[in-house]
Every structure is written in C-alpha cells, then in structure tokens.
Design a protein around this ligand. Structure first.
Ligand SMILES: [Zn+2]
Length: 219
C-alpha cells in the first residue's frame, strides 16, 4: 500500500479559504492513515513522500510500480474553478473562497490498457461507499459541463470520476485511486476538515474500505 500525499513544498496545491496550502492537509490525513494502517499487521503501508520531500508525480507512479504495491492511494483536498471564487478577509488578509460546493470525490483512470482487470474503480467505489456511510456527501460539480471540469462520473451516487490524464495515473501500472477529502475553498467545509474528529472519521472510513479491499486480494 502506497499512500501518496499530493503536491510538493514548491507547488503545494489548492489554497484554502483561510489561505492555507492543500499540501499540509494532505500530509496530515496521510500521516493519520499511515498510523492507523501501521497498527494493523495485515497492512504494509508507506508514504510516497514526506512533509519536506519533493517527489514529482511520475516518480510517485514509478515508485508504485517498483514496489509492486497492491494499491496506490493519492490523497488530496479540493478546490473549484476560478470563476466561482469570491474574496473575503480572514485574519486580516484577503483570501478566496466559494461556499457553493462541498464534499469528497474519488478519481480513477480507466484507459490503462487493462480496463477489464483493473480493480481501481471497484476500490474507489469501496472507499466512496464508506465515506458516504460515515455521513460525508459526494461532490458532483466536477461533472459540470464547463472548462476545467466536465469529468465523466463513473458512479454518480458515490462521486467516482474518470480521470485519465492525471500524472500519478498515466504510467502507474498498479491499482490506483485519488481521493479528494473535501473542498478547502468552502469556508464551512474547511472548518470541518480542520476538526480532528472529522479527520478521524475520514481516516476510519478509508481504513475500513482498505480492509474490505484487502480481504478481496488473493493471498
Ligand atoms: Zn491536490
């Protein structure tokens, strides 16, 4: 199991409604999930990159291939298209936000030449189902027919999208999924995502899904 907290120190991803970089949120959830998995002897999990490490996306995919991992899980937090952003002041600084969208989503590639054998979609659906059962809502706005979105929903009820062009997927030959935990530019949702209890519920939902997925693997 390779946990892949998204982005690098120099390119930290989305900027939240409070002006915080996405990377810190990703690293936090990855560290919590790694801790949860490390307590379970059935898992052999590691991180693709640490808080101060720069590992580019193709190298993350290459690492998954080299290790032959049973699962590559990229961990991200979401934003929206620029046209939806408004400005507010947080802690004395102008920041951008959009309260219109919220929720988690899962993303998989289905053009990796092994579509029929690739369990990635089934894995993504398991993770999504556990998050949904834990009370989180799927984000459906990535399917909106506008520039930058217009992504195909593979499972509308669970918020699972086809994303064939993501760099972590393109050369990745292992089962691979990407989780957007929630929408950081949504002011209320960012507050929730900072709550250790909510983080714990996300981690537990993903862990329970990974346990189910593990049970499906040949031993
Ligand atoms: Zn990201």
């Amino acid at each position: 199991m390779l946990l892949d907290p998204g982005h690098t120190p120099a390119n930290p991803g989305a900027i939240s409604s409070q002006g915080l970089p996405e990377r810190g949120y990703n690293q936090n959830i990855a560290a919590l999930l790694l801790k949860r998995l490390a307590a379970d002897p059935d898992f052999d999990a590691r991180l693709s990159n640490g808080p101060n490490e720069t590992v580019e996306n193709p190298d993350r995919a290459a690492l998954a291939n080299k290790l032959g991992v049973d699962m590559f899980l990229s961990i991200h937090h979401d934003s929206v298209q620029d046209a939806y952003l408004s400005t507010w002041t947080f802690n004395g600084a102008a920041q951008q936000y959009c309260d219109k969208f919220h929720g988690y989503s899962l993303h998989v590639a289905d053009d990796r030449g092994q579509a029929l054998d690739d369990p990635s979609l089934a894995f993504a659906e398991r993770v999504a189902a556990k998050l949904e059962a834990a009370g989180f809502a799927p984000a459906l706005y990535h399917a909106e027919p506008i520039a930058g979105e217009n992504h195909k929903l593979l499972n509308r009820g669970l918020g699972v999208y086809e994303r064939n062009n993501l760099a972590v997927f393109r050369t990745n030959k292992r089962p691979a999924i990407l989780l957007e935990c929630g929408v950081l530019v949504n002011r209320e949702e960012e507050g929730r995502l900072q709550d250790p209890q909510v983080q714990g519920r996300i981690v537990e939902a993903v862990y329970q899904a990974l346990r189910e997925i593990l049970a499906l693997q040949p031993h």
